[in-house]
Structure formats: C-alpha cells, structure tokens
Design a protein around this ligand. Sequence first.
Ligand SMILES: Cc1cc2nc3c(=O)[nH]c(=O)nc-3n(C[C@H](O)[C@H](O)[C@H](O)COP(=O)(O)OP(=O)(O)OC[C@H]3O[C@@H](n4cnc5c(N)ncnc54)[C@H](O)[C@@H]3O)c2cc1C
Length: 334
Amino acid sequence: MKSFDLVIIGGGICGMTAAIYAARANIRACILEQQVCGGLVNWTNTVENVPSYQSIHGIDLMEKCREHVESLNVAIEEVDKVTAVNFSGDIKKITTSMGEEYEAPAVIVATGRSPRPFPVETNFPNIHYCSVCDGTPYKGKDIIVMGGGNSGFDESLYLLGLGVSNIHIVETFPSCIAAASTQDLARATGKIQVSVSMDITAVEELTDGRGRVTFHDKAEDRTYTEDVDGIFCFIGQTPNTGVFEDKLDMDHGYIRVNADMETNIPGVFAAGDVTTKKYRQITTAMGDGTIAALQAGAYLRRRRTGRSVFPEMDHAVPYGTSHPHSLPFSRNYR
Ligand SMILES: Cc1cc2nc3c(=O)[nH]c(=O)nc-3n(C[C@H](O)[C@H](O)[C@H](O)COP(=O)(O)OP(=O)(O)OC[C@H]3O[C@@H](n4cnc5c(N)ncnc54)[C@H](O)[C@@H]3O)c2cc1C
C-alpha cells in the first residue's frame, strides 16, 4: 500500500495542473495515469488558444507541463489504470491494473474523456481515433473521416497536410456543425468530399488490405460502396467514469461537482472534462485543476487541524447548489 496526502487520478492537463498546485503547497501528491501524461492534448496537432503560446504542438505543450510537474518531485505512475476505488472511509483506497494499492485522505478525479468508438462492427484493422498518432502512414492514400464536427474538419486538414490524397468526410446528420470558416477551408482544398445524411453500415476487409465501406444515403435511400485505405473516427467523446459508477453522483456519465470541484463525497474532488460543465477546453481544465488542488489542500488542513483557513468561505457553494460550472449536461464544445 502506497500512502499519499492526495491521489490524482488522470494525468491530463487538469491532473498535472492540480499536481503543480498541490506540490507547491507541500502536499504529498501522486498522479496515476493509465497511458502517458498529457491526455487528449497529446492527440491534438496544433493548440492555438493557450495564453503564452500563439501556436504549439499538443505533445510539446504536454512535455513542458510534465517537466514542470517532475521538477516539483510529484510521484507519477504511468501505464497503470485505476480499476477500483473505495471512497467509503476517511482514507480513500485506490487499486490499479498492476495490482498496486494507494491510499490518501483526498482524491482528485481528472480522468477526462475518450473518443466514442466506431459504431459499426468490423474486422477491418485500419480504424483510428488520432491523426497525430496514426496519420503518417496514409501519405498518398485515400481515407474516410467519420464526423462533420470541428474535430472531423480540423483533423482532415491536418491529414491532408501529411500528404493524404483524398478524404471523404461522412456526417450522419443533414448538415455539418464544424465552424463555417473551417468547412470553407476544407472544401477549397479540392481534396475533401463531404457527404451529409450518410451512414456507414458495414466495412469489409479486402485481400489487398483496403476496406470496402458500405454507405446508406438517407436522403436518397440509396446504398453504395467505396474502397479506402483507412478510417478516422471523430464522432465525439464519452466520459471516463466507469470505475466511479455507484460511487459518485453523476449526470449522463459526467461527475457532478460544485464550483469548488467537490463531489458528493467529502475529500473526493473531480475536475476537468470528466465533470458536468459547459466549456471543455485546456484553459478551463487548468482552472478546474487549480480549484480542486486548492480545495483539497483546504480539506486536508481542516481534517488535520479541525480549523478552516477561510471559515467564511467553507460553505459558500454547498454541494448540489446550482452555479455556472454545474450545468446539468453540456455539448461537446471545443
Ligand atoms: C481532437 C481534439 C482537439 C482539441 N483541441 C483543443 C484545442 O485546440 N484547445 C483547447 O483548449 N482544447 C482542445 N480540446 C479539448 C481539450 O483537449 C480538453 O478539454 C482537455 O484535454 C481536458 O483535459 P483533462 O485533463 O480534463 O482530460 P484529458 O486530457 O482527457 O486527460 C484525462 C487523463 O486521464 C487518464 N485516465 C482516464 N481514465 C483513467 C483511469 N481509470 N486510470 C488512470 N488514468 C485514467 C487518461 O488516460 C488521460 O490521460 C481538444 C479536444 C479534442 C478531442
């Protein structure tokens, strides 16, 4: 059993920000991360809305952040997924896929979201969710991008930049919701075809390694096929909260918090994309991580000394109170 003051579950931008604040307050904190630290930002080609960087590659930004965390001697455990939690006592217990056990009086859940899986059952192996990670081998090849949101269009432009020959964006709804300017940019390339009211109903692997995709054009009630080298799927995200089911209050799978990032369990905080909120961005995840770490610090001090640092603020935002960050459900804003 490894003991800390604070265990942070999830090493994305939110968890790493919380770790920086915790370490600077002399809280013995540990990050548990199922992959490598960086979260969704590692999957993002260019980030252009984080103050101080006009434009930076997502992986570079997260490397800088990780260096910052490491410089403060925060314990980081990677490639180890949290598989079970017991939040019932004063000391919270956490178990990981490697069979390690952790305990701490305070926990911050910052597990973010994962891409929604490709909705058609198939044995075609070339289905991807990250163009930064998997796009390079598709230079000179033809692909389908599933999803006509901002991600679908932005990633298509990125894939074209890698040298992909032709892209067919397929959207199930009658129109695409990506920003009009991005759609214009994509169409102007002459290499991106966009189909709306279109479903993919089957994908068959061919002997040459390509995939035969069957479409249903819902507007014309017509079925046809197209052979492609790969499929990139950008149809939204789902919260990584399976392990917290029946342990924390949730809304549509997102963890309910108040403006202090408190969950319904004292000592357990949640922050970032995994919570019910309206705007899911790097800067908002950083803000949430900051608040969660400061509140966890206040909770630990109160637990140790029986005294509050800001007694008048203790119940300023009781759990369950309606406030701007705790809207019941939110759309995928980016
Ligand atoms: C394609 C795309 C592009 C984007 N571009 C931008 C942009 O340009 N600018 C911007 O501001 N925002 C952008 N966003 C949004 C931004 O990436 C998120 O708001 C931000 O990453 C949220 O941070 P987070 O730390 O809350 O969650 P995440 O980044 O999702 O991190 C959560 C971490 O928790 C880990 N985890 C999950 N479950 C477990 C478990 N059981 N055990 C251990 N670890 C676990 C995950 O592996 C992950 O590393 C983009 C999102 C997407 C999908």
